[in-house]
Each structure stands twice: as structure tokens, then as C-alpha cells.
Design a protein around this ligand. Structure first.
Ligand SMILES: Cc1ncc(COP(=O)(O)O)c(C=O)c1O
Length: 397
């Protein structure tokens, strides 16, 4: 007998593993060799999960809340999410319009799997979170990218209108945005949904950074749209970033009952419910004290307010103020030259020569930019900027 020769399915053959993987592996190798890396690559809070949330998880174990829950999530957690949205954004949802998911990522996957057919077009504003195009490809649909560089990475209704074709099925929005940190102003947001509605296009609003809007920028949730517009939007939310719970894997989706029901089918035959223990912790996150969230937000803002002016002081670097999330997305085209021609090469140079981990903007569909996560201590951020200056000086020597 000969050794079996694995050939992957057409579904996964269309997908790519993260294009940033090579840099991460190289960073891992350097770390193992003992290099003093400053990591601004991570897309997750550097804070521990607040203690009241951890204690709720511990209580769940002690009290044997360790069985399957309803596939769509425990009723108390669904109520807690709904209460949280009402308390913080004055929007109303019903339990049958809510599903608890394994992080926001599963909510987005399930919402897309329940809606998109092979051959459909899915509109995605670039720069984008890397998962959006890959799920689209997995479903054998076509990602159609809307370049937002000319509007400082803020998607507009006009840009959406120009990109719609008879094949457009879905528009994915992500504001506050990963990687740009930009926020679509509420009035424009509404216009975008109106354009989608005019053309019978469905919308997924990835609101996992909803809490990360730094005053005076205002957070906007599609939950606050009038019913006729809201009926075509699925909101994807998550406790990962807002409550520093990336490892607990709890997200939620809010939208029309029929769409939620179709998502439930996908979930019931893939993961079932997310961890019962995590659900109890998330319940505390939603309805318990919110002081730690405010403390974390204030700290991210303090770091942002130091980082952005510092980046703009570097010759050849330009960075708009991100109003939300925890990423700076500087344009570094002005520092590129013969020895470092692309943002990918510059990111590699930064890693190897300066031991600073950043993410190449090309990974998000915006070459010439870098993503710097400021979910790291101010001390490390300052160290990274100093090293970045030296690394730039080296390529211009
Ligand atoms: C834009 C965006 N959406 C969704 C997610 C999903 O996060 P999680 O699955 O941990 O909730 C992330 C995480 O990095 C993200 O950046």
C-alpha cells in the first residue's frame, strides 16, 4: 500500500493562512534565542481579565455550571447582553434576536455561512480585518474590496454605492476599525445602510471595538437604526477586547430572528454552545461593575495620545489620529527607499534589526502602512518608537 496523499477540499484550497504568519514565526524564533523583543503586533489587550469576571468563572466551576447550555447560549447571558446594550447604547433586542458565539469570529462566520451563496459578491472596505475575505473565499463567494485610502480610511456611502453590482449580497462594516482605528461618523454610517437597503444588500456590522471610541468620537451601533434599516443588519459583538477576555471565547450576534435561526443551524452542527464557564464569566462582564473597562479605556487613550504625535515627528511617517480600537496605522511610504522598498520589507527590517514586532499593512490590504498595536505598556511603546527611529536612520545611511 502507498502512503495516503492528502488533497485539501476546494473550500480550504481557496483560503490563505494569515499572511502575517511568517513574521510571527520569525519573532518566535528570535524570542526563543533570548532577543528582547517589543511586540506591537498583538491584536489583544495587555490587561488581565478583571478579577470580578475571573471570580464568576471560578464560581461557575465550583457550582458545577459545567454542562452544555442551550446552543444559542444560556438564557441569563442573552438577557445580560441585551441589558448591556440597553444600558450603554439605549437599544432594545429580544432574546430570540440574540445568539452567543465562540468569540465574535464565530458570529461573523455563522452569519456569513447562513447568508452567502457561491458566486455572491461581498463588499469589504480595505484596509480590512484579514478574516473577512478568507471566510468569503471559503464560502466560494468573491470578496470585492473598497479602497478607502483617499477618504483617510473612512468608508463612505458614495464608495459603497459605486462598488455595488447585481451580484452584491453582503457588505461587511467594521467601525471602530481594525487595523486603521478609524470610526465611521454616525450620520455617514446611516447613509451607508440606506444605500445597502436601496440595493437589497445585507450588512454585517462587526462591532467588537464598539466600546473603544475615544471622546469626542462617538461610538455607533447599528442597533440604534430605525427598524426597517436594522432588519438587514447582523451585529457581531465580543467580550474579547472590551473586557480583556480573548481566551474565554465569548461573542454575541444580534439581528433578525430568521437570520439568527439560520446561524443557529450552523452552530448546532459545529461547536454547539461556547464554554458554559466562559458564559458565566461573560454574564458578569456584561452586568457587573464596569470600572475596570473604564480604567483600561483611559489607559489606551493615554498611550494613543503619546504615540500618534511621536510617530508624526518621524520624518517620512504620517499617522492620522485613530478615534477608536487600539491600533495606530501610520503611512510609512516616505521612509521606503532602495534598501527597503515595501512595508513588508520594512516590517522585517524592524523585526530583525530593531527587535520590534509590527504588522505589515499589506496583510490588511493597505501596503505602505504598518499596524502598531498600543495594547502594550507606554514604556514598551516608547522603546519601540526609539528603535523605529534608529531602524529608519540605518536604511537611510
Ligand atoms: C475586527 C475584528 N473582528 C472580530 C474579531 C474577533 O475577535 P474574537 O473572536 O476574539 O471575539 C477581531 C479579533 O481580533 C477583530 O479584530
Amino acid at each position: 500500500m502507498t502512503k495516503a496523499n492528502f488533497k485539501e477540499s476546494e473550500y480550504t484550497a481557496n483560503m490563505a493562512v494569515s499572511s502575517t504568519l511568517a513574521v510571527l514565526m520569525e519573532a518566535e524564533r528570535l524570542r526563543a534565542e533570548g532577543a528582547d523583543l517589543v511586540d506591537l503586533g498583538a491584536g489583544e489587550p495587555d490587561f488581565p481579565t478583571p478579577s470580578n469576571i475571573k471570580e464568576a468563572g471560578q464560581r461557575a466551576i465550583a457550582e458545577n455550571f459545567t454542562r452544555y447550555t442551550s446552543t444559542s447560549g444560556s438564557a441569563p447571558l442573552k438577557r445580560a447582553v441585551i441589558e448591556m446594550m440597553k444600558r450603554d447604547f439605549a437599544v432594545e433586542y429580544q432574546p430570540y434576536e440574540c445568539i452567543i458565539t465562540v468569540g465574535g469570529k464565530q458570529g461573523i462566520f455563522n452569519a456569513m455561512a447562513a447568508l452567502v451563496n457561491a458566486g455572491d459578491e461581498v463588499l469589504i472596505a480595505a484596509p480590512y480585518w484579514v478574516t473577512f475575505p478568507e471566510i468569503t473565499r471559503f464560502l466560494r463567494a468573491t470578496p470585492v474590496f473598497i479602497d478607502t485610502e483617499a477618504t483617510q480610511f473612512v468608508l463612505t456611502a458614495d464608495l459603497v454605492r459605486q462598488a455595488i453590482t447585481p451580484k452584491t449580497k453582503l457588505l461587511i462594516l467594521n467601525s471602530p476599525n481594525n487595523p486603521s482605528g478609524r470610526i465611521i461618523p454616525p450620520a455617514e454610517f446611516r447613509k451607508i445602510i440606506e444605500v445597502a437597503a436601496e440595493h437589497d444588500v445585507w450588512v454585517i456590522s462587526d462591532e467588537c471595538y464598539l466600546y473603544f471610541a475615544y471622546s469626542p468620537a462617538a461610538p455607533f451601533t447599528c442597533g440604534s437604526l430605525p427598524a426597517e434599516l436594522r432588519s438587514r443588519v447582523m451585529i457581531s459583538g465580543s467580550f474579547s477586547k472590551s473586557h480583556a477576555m480573548t481566551g474565554w471565547r465569548v461573542g454575541y450576534a444580534l439581528g433578525e430572528a430568521a437570520w439568527i435561526q439560520a446561524m443557529l443551524k450552523v452552530q448546532s452542527h459545529s461547536t454547539s454552545n461556547t464554554s458554559s464557564i466562559s458564559q458565566q464569566a461573560a454574564r458578569e462582564a456584561a452586568t457587573g461593575e464596569q470600572q475596570s473597562l473604564q480604567m483600561m479605556l483611559a489607559e489606551y487613550k493615554r498611550r494613543r495620545d503619546w504615540l500618534i504625535p511621536a510617530l508624526n515627528e518621524i520624518e517620512g511617517v504620517e499617522c492620522d489620529l485613530p478615534e477608536g480600537a487600539f491600533y495606530a496605522f501610520p503611512n510609512i511610504k516616505g521612509v521606503l527607499n532602495e534598501s527597503c522598498k515595501t512595508s513588508a520589507e520594512f516590517a522585517r527590517h524592524l523585526l530583525n534589526q530593531a527587535h520590534v514586532v509590527v504588522t505589515d499593512g499589506a496583510a490588511f490590504g493597505a501596503p505602505g502602512y504598518l499596524r502598531l498595536s498600543y495594547a502594550n505598556s507606554l514604556e514598551n511603546i516608547q522603546k519601540a518608537v526609539e528603535r523605529m527611529k534608529q531602524a529608519i536612520a540605518e536604511i537611510h545611511r
